[in-house]
Design a protein around this ligand. Structure first.
Ligand code: GLU
Length: 308
């Protein structure tokens, strides 16, 4: 018998949630619930200056208003530094990490191929520093810490996109697990949190698909199970733009005011995306019976919505 499904939504509240976040939360929720599973919320506010408490609270309030309800108190990443430190130290003790002193300008100036997400593949400059050079640099600079990656192709089978693979050394390079300001990196925190909270189904935006091989590799190093992944197409506005937190007119504050009730907003979104047959007002719970991954699969690259 397979384990009960545990899904989750893990927003980074650096702005008010927008329609794209809402669609992701809704699909993650509907997928878990339609399989009789549980659903969790995690606030990814590791970058505390960018994610003030008021925005974290607003994200939880907006989801509660929508009726996208979670089954346990939410995990808040900014409160979990000690947990992340333990997992970081375990890799450090195995000699898998090294300090990196490269500045942003040096990284971008390096003659390295670009990953396509604006980050160059790390050239390994600091992996080659002598212990003396490291000791000297540590006197004046606080380093970031990178994980050494093998020359190995890691494959992921994604429910929506199918096979996705990357050679870690060639396509990604040694990546950061702790930033030079001391904050633990997204890749570390997300893998630790999903594993420790028993998440076995991850539904999130296509923009994160390329992180998945790195996360799989971390799961292996720490001995965690690999969850099922479904990266969903990004939501586009009718003029072909990807929705972002800058689109104030599509943030939850505006949407709540425009639609008035959660049922009106969810029914409209479900009708627009094909989750439901029409835009009749429906609650999140009522949408569970309409949900099927086949509908999401019909949207290949992007999901476009037309303005109300
Ligand atoms: N916090 C990330 C975001 O809001 C999502 C991380 C994840 O789902 O793994 O883009």
């Amino acid at each position: 018998m397979s384990a009960p499904v545990v899904g989750r939504f893990a927003p980074t509240p650096s702005g008010r949630l927008h329609l794209g976040n809402l669609l992701c939360a809704l699909i993650a929720y509907l997928s878990a619930r339609s399989q009789g599973g549980r659903f969790l919320l995690r606030i990814e506010d590791l970058d505390t200056p960018r994610c003030p408490k008021r925005l974290c609270d607003a994200a939880a309030r907006d989801l509660a208003w929508l009726g996208v309800v979670w089954d346990e108190p939410p995990l808040v990443q900014s409160e979990r530094t000690d947990v992340y430190r333990r997992y970081f130290d375990a890799l450090d003790e195995k000699g898998l990490l090294y300090p990196c002193f490269c500045t942003r300008a040096q990284l971008h100036a390096a003659d390295a191929p670009n990953r396509g997400d604006d980050m160059p593949v790390y050239a390994g400059t600091c992996a080659r520093l002598s212990p003396e050079a490291v000791a000297e640099k540590l006197k004046t600079r606080r380093p970031a810490y990178r994980l050494r990656v093998p020359d190995e192709t890691i494959a992921v089978c994604d429910r929506h996109y199918g096979l996705y693979q990357e050679n870690l050394a060639r396509d990604c390079g040694d990546f950061i697990l702790r930033r030079s300001d001391g904050l633990f990196g997204y890749q570390l925190a997300v893998v630790v949190d999903d594993a420790l909270s028993g998440v076995n189904e991850i539904v999130r935006g296509h923009d994160i698909l390329s992180s998945t091989p790195r996360q799989r590799y971390l799961q292996r190093l720490w001995g965690f199970e690999t969850p099922a992944y479904a990266h969903i197409p990004l939501l586009m506005s009718p003029d072909g733009r990807r929705l972002s937190k800058r689109d104030r007119d599509l943030d939850l504050g505006e949407l709540r005011a425009r639609f008035g009730t959660p049922e009106a907003l969810l029914g409209w979104l479900a009708g627009q995306t094909g989750i439901a047959p029409d835009t009749t007002p429906r609650s999140a719970e009522q949408l569970v019976e309409h949900f099927s991954w086949d509908v999401i699969r019909k949207h290949r690259e992007n999901i476009t919505v037309t303005a109300e």
